[in-house]
Structures are given as C-alpha cells and as structure tokens.
Design a protein around this ligand. Structure first.
Ligand code: SF4
Length: 459
C-alpha cells in the first residue's frame, strides 16, 4: 500500500485497502474557520438537532483567520457565531481573535490595517497555525473545511479539505465515507540550488501534470531529496497538491518530522502519541515523476491558473503593479527570511504588501536581528507595507477593505497559491504565483525577475 492507503486502511479498521474502495474512516481532527464554520455548525444543528453535542470536543479545532481585519459587519459576526458555539459545546481548541469569551469582535478601521488588533489566543492562518499549535500528527486523519488542508500532509498524515455538509456530519459522528484515491509518485532527488525554493518545486510539478492533473489523487513526495527540505518547505509543497486537483499531498516520515511534531505537541500540551506510516515495497502508483531538485530554476505560474508554468527569467518583460508575500503557503517565517535576504539594503519600486501567516511569524520577524535592525525593520525600510494583522488577507480577495486586495485590474506577483481570475480581488486583475525570493526580486525591479540576479555577494 502507499502512504495514503496505509493511513486510510488503519482509520477504517481494515488490513488492506486499494484505490477505488469506499471506506468509512475515523477522523482524528476536524478543523474549521470563520468562513465555513458557521455553515458547518448550521448543518450540524439541522441534522443532529439544536441540542446535540459534537462527537468529541477535544478533536474539533476552530481557527478564525479569513475575513478578520475588515469592517464588514457580517464577517465580524461570523467570529461571534464561532465563539458562541464553542462556549455552548465546551470545545477545547478555539483560537479566538479577542480574549474576552463573552465579547464581540469588531475590527476598528480607524486604527488602520498595520497595527495588531488581535488578542493573545489568536493563531492566524489555519493551515500554518495547526502544526504550530500541535494539531498535526503523523499517521492521523485531518479533515478541514478548506481546500488547502492538504498542507498538513507534510507531517505524514492524511489531510484533506471537505465541504460544510461533510464537515457537519463529521462534527456529529467523527466519521466520513471516503473513496481511496489513486496515488501519484513524486520522487525528489538532489538538492535545491541557491535562489530556488520549495515553491518552485511544486510549481514545477503542477506544470508537469496541469492544474487538474491530480484530480482526486494522492500526491506522494518521497526520495532522498526530501532530507534537505525543511518542514516549512514540505508544507509549501503539500499545500499546493490541491492546485493540481489532488485529494491530498503526503510526505515520508523522518527525524525532522518527528522533532517538529514532538516539539509542538509538547509546547502546546496536545496529544503527543502517534503512529507514522512508512513505505512498502509493493506500492502501486498511477503516475511516477522523478524530480532532480538541483536542476530546477525559479518558476512562475502565470495567470490564470497554477499550471501555467514558465521560468522566471523568460518573463522579464512582464511589467508588474504589485507584489504580495503572505498566506499559508508563502507567509511563514522562513518565507519572509528568504524574501528579506533579497530585499535587504534595496527599495521596492511597486506597491508591496507583507502579511505574516501567524502572530508567531510577526514575533519572529520583529525579534530577529540582522545587524542593527530587525528583519521587520529591514522590510519596512525597503518600502514593504507590513501588517501585524496575520491572516489570509488578500490571498482570496475578501471584502474591499482587505489589506493588499486588488480593487482595480492590476498585475501582481504573489507568494500565495492560487491565481484563478478574481482570486485576489478584481476579476480582471492578474496574479503570477512565485516563490518569496522571486516576489522580492520582482518587487525591486517592477518586472518579473529571476532572484538569482540579486544573489551574488549575498549570504
Ligand atoms: S491564506 Fe489563502 S490559501 Fe491559505 S487558507 Fe487563507 S485563503 Fe486559503
């Protein structure tokens, strides 16, 4: 069996499963957020009764993160709906925007977009927050009401996005009927060269198979090349499995996975036991691709879908209006550090927005010093508009007052993960997906730029 089949077999209580089987699997975690949480709660209450209890109050994780820092009253109210439900059900893991369990969330636009407006429990973007808060464990099943839930496959677990109806059912029963997906095999070899990042790996793979090339399939990443990829790198790659239509993305378990998971579970006092899955000799794949990481170059996915692969250096004549770094995919601390390595000592020439994925990243950037300045100060001095309000922000457009949203038809290079028409705001805007380093180089020149042009002489 493949890694995905092994996890599904275990969760279904079966010795074996194969692609195409329909199996009932037990969930380990159900995650939801402010956009889909109210709908999921509505389905749960409609189907199980207004007074029904959730299947397990310790296995539901609620993370408001999408439409948070907006004056839109309906968006603010969604966070209140989550809080009321959490209180009513005694749900353990709720990462509220405010500290007062009896309060109401109202974004104060008069204070501006840049200064922190959240309390001490807020966790930021759900997929980045889940591992930080100790909710991702090898061998487990994670369902989330968000398509990029597949990001947690970096931790050797089966993680997939589900709709509100399925999530309402999981909320009541802890189970879901799933068809076992076929598995595509991506064997990674070699090591990334300077200026090339994990984002380039996944954009390369999606470019090979197309934006629907993995529809309802598992994308398994393994091989000697993964040893040199950090957990953040693996998260970036697994995150974008859905951009090829994948049911899930999954990585092999190794010492890095173990160290990261153990540290986070211990830090947060979450469940520390887990059982990883390892590779079998008899895995059956429907597709195989070997990627020599050392030969990859900086890649850009052009408007209007993530499969429109070109090398960054081929696109130097594309003039840009905007650059954006943020999201679950591209707003982690490591993403901002690589971005800052290129930006340091230079000035951006186009509007450039920086949105950390989580408050932890805000803290990291404001406390890491490079010489006399913090990384945060270096970015602000270079002209990057940095907000402390970690969230999804303009990654998916959002209400018109969302930080970084494109309200007119602009061309933007972005470290996010999706570029279908209208994704970041105006439906005639264009989004070019790239690594944080390529976004940085392009922000400096105002054109799509291979970041290796800025690497010489830098550490
Ligand atoms: S940052 Fe973007 S891709 Fe990630 S969860 Fe938020 S909206 Fe979705």
């Amino acid at each position: 069996m493949t890694l995905t089949e092994k996890i599904l077999a275990r969760a279904a209580g079966k010795a074996n499963v194969q692609a195409g089987d329909n199996v009932w699997v037990k969930a380990d975690i159900l995650m939801t957020h402010d956009v889909c949480g109210p709908g999921t709660i509505g389905v749960f209450q409609r189907e199980f009764g207004r007074n029904a209890s959730v299947w397990d109050r310790n296995k539901i994780v609620i993370i408001p993160d999408h439409y948070i820092f907006t004056a839109d009253s309906k968006s603010n109210r969604n966070v209140d709906i989550l809080r009321d439900f959490v209180k009513e059900q005694g749900i353990t893991y709720f990462y509220d925007v405010i500290d007062d369990p009896n309060g109401h969330w109202v974004f104060d636009s008069a204070r501006g977009q840049l200064k922190r407006q959240y309390g001490s429990h807020y966790a930021g973007v759900c997929h980045t927050a889940l591992p930080q808060k100790g909710h991702t464990r090898p061998g487990e099943i994670l369902f989330g009401t968000d398509s990029h839930t597949c990001m947690a496959g970096a931790f050797n677990e089966f993680a997939t996005g589900i709709g509100n109806t399925d999530a309402g059912f999981v909320m009541g029963t802890g189970k879901l009927l799933l068809k076992v997906p076929e598995t595509m095999h991506f064997r990674l070899e070699g090591r990334l060269q300077p200026g090339v990042m994990a984002k380039d790996v996944i954009l390369h793979c999606i470019g090979e198979i197309g934006f629907d090339g993995a529809t309802y399939r598992a994308m398994q990443f393994d091989g000697p090349g993964i040893a040199a990829l950090s957990m953040d790198d693996r998260m970036t790659i697994a995150n974008m499995a859905i951009e090829a239509g994948g049911k899930n993305g999954i990585f092999e378990f190794d010492a890095q996975t173990q160290a990261s998971v153990d540290q986070r579970c211990q830090l947060n006092g979450t469940k520390a036991s887990y059982q990883p899955v390892e590779r079998d000799r008899d895995e059956k794949f429907v597709y195989e691709l070997t990627v020599d990481l050392s030969t990859l170059e900086p890649i850009v996915a052009c408007h209007p879908d993530p499969g429109q692969r070109k090398r960054a250096k081929e696109l130097n004549d594309v003039k840009l209006d905007r650059a954006y770094i943020g999201s679950c995919t591209g707003g982690k601390t490591s993403d901002f550090l690589e971005f800052a390595r290129i930006i340091r000592g230079r000035r951006v020439v186009i509007d450039t927005f920086g949105v950390p994925a989580t408050p932890e990243t805000v803290h990291d950037l404001q406390s890491s010093r490079w010489g006399a300045q913090t990384v945060w100060e270096i970015l602000v001095d270079a002209g990057v508009q940095m907000t402390e309000n970690a969230s999804c922000a303009a990654c998916l457009g959002g209400p018109t007052d969302t930080f970084g949203r494109m309200n007119t038809p602009l061309k933007c290079i972005s470290a996010t993960n999706r570029n279908f028409p209208g994704r970041m705001g105006h439906k005639e805007s264009q989004v070019f997906l790239a690594s944080p380093m390529t976004v940085a180089a392009s922000a400096i020149t105002g054109r799509i730029t291979d970041p290796r042009e800025f690497l010489s002489g830098r550490d």
